[in-house]
Design a protein around this ligand. Structure first.
Ligand SMILES: Cc1cc2nc3c(=O)[nH]c(=O)nc-3n(C[C@H](O)[C@H](O)[C@H](O)COP(=O)(O)OP(=O)(O)OC[C@H]3O[C@@H](n4cnc5c(N)ncnc54)[C@H](O)[C@@H]3O)c2cc1C
Ligand code: FES
Length: 282
């Protein structure tokens, strides 16, 4: 539930900085935004895994994952893929422009319950956006977690988000980062192959480990299958669903999976719950 009063009310925020994560027709642009009103800035709190409805006046709004951890400061980050009307309008915004933000919405990753455990994130493409807050949260609370392993893949090296942030991780002893792309490229020094196969090849131990996966539904399906092959229990596996949404607060019925509203009961789900909903990854 929102901490900023009526959850329907959008708040005005200023875009502080923007940059492109990826190029091409469906390019991904990241926006760092700050609420205009101090009382909103102070009242706002979000948790890793939550989303917000962001929009441009007169164009509409889209549900987008908050791609920063609350440990990073009093700003929000959104990484938006250019898809249709709203995301094209969002992509026009530059530093100094205004954006509407309402939220935060949805449940979140139970990250405090995972203290003392190894955290394994497995992401694909823009699916790294909801995983990034976990990575940043664990990095900011290193003494509370046994370690962090990140597996991240995309079609090409140009389709990987947050590239600059991985180098630092690779240098650390208890944080490790494994990158993969679908097909060979000149000068690519990391793995080539699909994310689910890389997971199998790395063969992480399920002991005292929580695995979280986000990405295209097909990738999630095979990752889940492979986590089970590696011996992970359903309760050790989490993912997010990104069903299309309208209201974002459990009123319009647009986003249901089984008898659940993804906007209200999700977007974070433990596999122990999700495995009984056949349409979840349809
Ligand atoms: C919980 C959640 C978190 C999300 N996080 C992000 C994020 O961090 N970054 C990001 O770029 N996008 C994210 N999305 C998807 C984003 O909300 C949609 O891509 C966006 O609303 C498209 O709006 P549009 O008006 O530009 O496109 P539209 O004109 O509405 O659609 C353009 C095309 O995209 C397809 N599309 C639209 N929404 C979805 C969807 N949810 N799933 C699959 N296909 C869709 C349409 O079928 C159409 O083909 C998230 C969605 C949800 C539900
Ligand atoms: S988006 Fe309206 S009920 Fe979920």
């Amino acid at each position: 539930m929102t901490t900023t009063g009526n959850p329907y009310i959008p708040h005005l925020a200023t875009v502080e900085e923007t940059w492109y994560e990826t190029g091409g027709e469906r390019c991904i642009k990241t926006f760092k935004v700050v609420f205009d009103e101090e009382k909103v800035r102070e009242a706002w709190s979000h948790r890793p895994g939550q989303c917000a409805m962001i929009g441009v006046l007169g164009e509409g709004e889209s549900m987008i994952s908050i791609s920063c951890s609350p440990t990073e400061g009093k700003f929000l980050r959104f990484s938006v893929m250019r898809m249709g009307k709203v995301t094209q309008a969002l992509h026009q915004l530059e530093a100094g422009d205004k954006m509407m933000v309402r939220g935060p919405y949805g449940n979140s990753f139970p990250i405090e319950d995972w203290q003392g455990k190894q955290i394994l994130t497995i992401g694909g493409g823009i699916g790294q956006a909801p995983l990034r807050p976990i990575v940043e949260f664990v990095k900011a609370n290193r003494d509370k977690y046994a370690g962090l392993t990140m597996i991240y893949g995309a079609r090409t090296s140009g389709d990987l988000c947050f590239k600059g942030e991985f180098e630092e991780m690779s240098k650390s002893d208890d944080l490790s980062c494994h990158l993969t792309i679908d097909v060979e490229e000149e000068e690519w020094e990391h793995n080539v192959g699909f994310v689910p196969q890389m997971l199998l090849d790395l063969n992480p131990s399920p002991e005292n480990t929580i695995a979280i996966t986000c990405g295209p539904p097909i990738m999630i399906r095979f990752v889940l299958e492979n986590l089970k092959k590696l011996g992970f229990e359903d309760e050790q596996i989490y993912t997010t669903l990104e069903n299309r949404m309208k209201c974002g607060i459990g009123k319009c019925g647009r986003c249901n999976a089984g008898n659940m509203y993804v906007c209200k009961d999700g977007p974070v789900f433990c596999y122990a719950v999700l495995k009984d909903i056949p349409e979840a990854f349809a």
